[in-house]
Write a protein that binds this ligand. Structure first.
Ligand code: ATP
Ligand code: PRP
Length: 224
């Protein structure tokens, strides 16, 4: 049975940085997991909720899986980074709210000593990234021929060992780029965590979903 057909609200949250920052947000609107989400090995956490709310459960996922759960109706709502949403092949959800947490930027970066570092320079470049679709779209728009090399982490290493000329990666403080002698040469997108909602849940559970969105919006706007 899909989440949409069940009682209550199932919220999929990306583990890691987003979960760390989402827990206080959810807590402030009265949704508190009964077990510490940062310690437990459980993947479904029942939550204590404010009076008048239906049952709420949090499901903890790899960031990249949040859109999939939403698309298939296995969760009513989800919290994931804009990077992950842009990379996902499809957009089968509503995105009613920018939560303003886990802020960073998607950039193209190159070695500090790379003389051709403007990514818009003609010719072709080899680009290492875990954001294959985003990178492909970005370079196609700039008219640059790009060979994309898919990696799963530590992208900053690739230009240092000659695996790639550029990387497409997330930057927050810039410390990782600096520590590895790289610099951002182009901005692709601002990133923050977004609330997304399953389209069927928006219809079938309209009142609880709308109240959930409204309460989160109020909380997010109060901290702006
Ligand atoms: P995985 O190993 O599953 O790929 P991850 O390394 O992407 O996980 P996190 O580092 O926790 O997991 O990142 C999750 C999300 O947090 C990203 O999708 C992005 O939206 C955001 N994020 C990533 N890096 C940073 C950062 N340095 N500062 C702020 N937010 C970040
Ligand atoms: C992310 C990102 C960068 C780093 C940027 O990596 O991929 O490497 O954070 O943050 P900074 O600009 O503040 O240094 P993460 O720590 O999530 O490691 P991983 O993606 O390699 O797992």
């Amino acid at each position: 049975m899909t989440a949409s057909a069940e009682e209550g609200l199932t919220v999929a949250v990306a583990k890691g940085r987003i979960l760390d920052e989402a827990i206080p947000l959810l807590g402030d609107i009265g949704i508190r997991a009964r077990e510490d989400p940062l310690r437990t090995r459980k993947l479904i956490l029942e939550a204590d909720v404010a009076p008048g709310w239906p049952p709420v459960r949090l499901v903890l996922l790899r960031a990249q899986d949040v859109p999939t759960y939403l698309e298939y109706g296995a969760a009513d709502a989800g919290i994931a980074g804009r990077d992950v949403l842009l990379e996902y092949p499809g957009e089968e959800w509503y995105e009613p709210l920018d939560l303003g947490i886990a802020r960073c930027r998607l950039v193209v970066a190159a070695r500090e000593d790379d003389p051709r570092a403007q990514a818009t320079a003609p010719g072709s470049v080899r680009v290492a990234t875990k954001f294959e679709r985003i990178a492909r779209r970005h370079f196609a728009k700039s008219g640059v021929r790009a060979e994309i090399v898919k990696l799963y982490g530590s992208m900053e290493l690739a230009p240092l060992v000659g695996l790639a000329d550029r990387i497409v990666d997330l930057v927050a403080t810039g410390n990782t780029l600096r520590a590895n002698g790289l610099r951002a040469v182009e901005d692709i997108a601002d990133v923050s965590a977004r609330l997304i909602v399953n389209k069927a849940s928006m219809k079938m559970k309209a009142s609880v979903v709308k109240e959930f969105v409204a309460k989160l919006r109020e909380r997010v706007e109060a901290s702006r």
